[in-house]
Design a protein around this ligand. Structure first.
Ligand code: HEC
Length: 157
């Protein structure tokens, strides 16, 4: 990825973030422009609610996944999520692997549009945050490594 596109992404994130702070209306307008469920269904015919039905966790943690997951967090999540319980644009990640099922987190990462349309818990977060989490275009493998990093952040060894 070139410096230019990194900068563009950072500026976009910054703009989103400032929108979250300055204007509730902007966030609501942005939410209205998001695809309708039928548009999503047309783009992703295989998706119905929670796409990923189960994932396996094991201890000890896979240290390599933690490292890769941390790098993905730094690049794609850090702008909106702190590792403490403090909210930034989205909720802080401290304790997230304790308060959510791993499969729920997996779907939130890989299938966020559908979660925001259908899942009551995701919708509650949207009401609190007023910004729709953008799809980060991660594969399930990428997402699984981020979950390993989240578990490490929550003290799992
Ligand atoms: C532009 C800001 C933004 C970015 C970037 C972002 N998120 Fe989010 N995230 C949110 C918001 C806002 C919410 C709350 C739901 C909503 O309003 O859409 C959220 C919610 C979540 C939740 C649920 C948290 C909880 O407490 O239950 C998870 C898990 C999550 N995001 C993971 C990720 C991951 C992983 C990445 C990076 C690959 C990421 N997010 C990138 C804004 C963002």
């Amino acid at each position: 990825m070139s410096m230019f596109s990194k900068t563009t992404i950072l500026l976009t994130i910054l703009a989103l973030y400032m929108g979250a702070c300055t204007s509730k209306k902007e966030a609501e307008d942005a939410a209205k422009q998001s695809p309708t469920p039928s548009e999503i269904a047309a783009n992703q015919p295989e998706v119905h609610g929670m796409e990923v039905k189960s994932i396996e966790l094991s201890t000890p943690l896979n240290k390599e996944w933690v490292t890769v997951g941390k790098a993905a967090y730094d690049l794609k999540c850090l702008a909106c999520h702190k590792l403490t319980d403090e909210k930034l644009v989205g909720p802080g990640w401290a304790g997230v692997t304790k308060r959510r099922e791993p499969v729920w987190i997996m779907n939130m990462i890989t299938n966020v549009e559908m979660m925001l349309e259908k899942d009551p818990e995701a919708q509650k977060l949207l009401e609190q945050c007023l910004v729709r989490m953008p799809n980060q275009n991660l594969t399930q493998e990428d997402a699984r490594k981020i979950i390993e990093f989240m578990r490490s952040n929550d003290g799992v060894k």
